[in-house]
Ligand binder design. Structure first.
Ligand SMILES: Nc1ncnc2c1ncn2[C@@H]1O[C@H](COP(=O)(O)OP(=O)(O)OP(=O)(O)O)[C@@H](O)[C@H]1O
Length: 265
């Protein structure tokens, strides 16, 4: 794992130089917000593409929807709000209030009120996801303050690798599964918020990575070894940084601006 983290660290330096620093701060923020919001909602079944998410970011509720439900649009609009709430102030410490507020903003317009769910409130029944039945919900909720304090202490001490802090929080949060809805999206938002505090790029988990992500969560829980999830986060981040840098290089070097008529086959 040490080798992988070294590779990750050196790629972050290169990525900052070739990608991050070449954007204006505002444009890079918006690029990340759109990319992350689209993928973070897609993992949970939202069908908006990244391009459609960009249109929604630009036009808001004026967007004329084609083949997309209002529910999905609200899910993404609320994700933008939750993202802005967290990332507009990276100095704010991790507290229970911050996490509850994030989940509240995220689920405000889409949570199933008919089931008695309240945005920003913990669950009052047993939780499960896929084939995992989580621990007793009351015990899990009582462990939230300790998880949050340990994470905030680790952030302040800054002894562990940022990816390590982010994945430890993520693993424990997902397995506490404290909310009736939005645990996955909230967990990924807070994990990226922790990374951003250390000036690290987002780990963006989309539908392509979903199966490997859930497998990493399950293996990490089974072996009580969060390094398994850290490896997954590192590899996911490396792949995206590499893809964006390759794309930029390729479009710079191999840009074809021919006006010659195409040869008939
Ligand atoms: N089999 C599984 N074992 C452990 N964790 C899982 C499993 N399947 C999914 N998860 C985790 O739970 C999250 C989904 O949780 P759930 O199905 O309860 O949705 P949610 O928390 O209501 O909201 P969201 O739609 O944002 O995830 C996934 O994103 C993943 O982090």
């Amino acid at each position: 794992m040490e080798e992988l983290l070294k590779k990750y660290d050196s790629l972050v330096l290169e990525y900052n130089k070739t990608i991050v620093d070449s954007f204006s701060i505002e444009d890079f923020r918006e690029y990340n917000e759109i990319l992350f919001s689209a993928h973070n909602c897609a993992v949970e079944g939202n069908t908006f593409t990244v391009d459609e998410t960009r249109e929604l970011r630009e036009q808001g509720i004026n967007l004329k929807l084609q083949n997309r439900s209002l529910y999905e649009a609200y899910e993404i609009l609320d994700h933008f709000k939750a993202y802005e709430f967290l990332f507009n102030d990276l100095e704010q410490p991790l507290t229970e209030e911050l996490i509850k507020q994030t989940q509240k903003i995220l689920t405000e317009n889409t949570i199933r009120f008919s089931k008695g769910y309240e945005p920003g409130e913990y669950t009052d029944t047993q939780m499960a996801a896929g084939d995992t039945v989580f621990g007793d919900y009351k015990v899990n909720i009582s462990r939230m303050p300790s998880l949050i304090n340990s994470t905030q202490n680790a952030i302040e001490k800054a002894e562990l690798h940022p990816l390590d802090i982010s994945t430890r929080f993520h693993q424990f949060f997902i397995y506490l599964h404290p909310f009736p809805d939005g645990n996955g999206r909230t967990g990924r938002l807070i994990s990226n918020f922790i990374l951003a505090k250390f000036n690290q790029p987002h780990v963006i988990i989309g539908t392509v990575e979903k199966a490997a992500y859930i497998e990493a969560l399950k293996q990490s829980a089974r072996h009580q070894d969060t390094d398994i999830l850290t490896v997954f986060f590192a590899e996911t981040a490396i792949n995206r940084m590499q893809k964006e840098m390759d794309q930029k290089k390729n479009l710079t070097q191999n840009f074809n601006m021919s006006f010659k008529p195409k040869k008939k086959e």
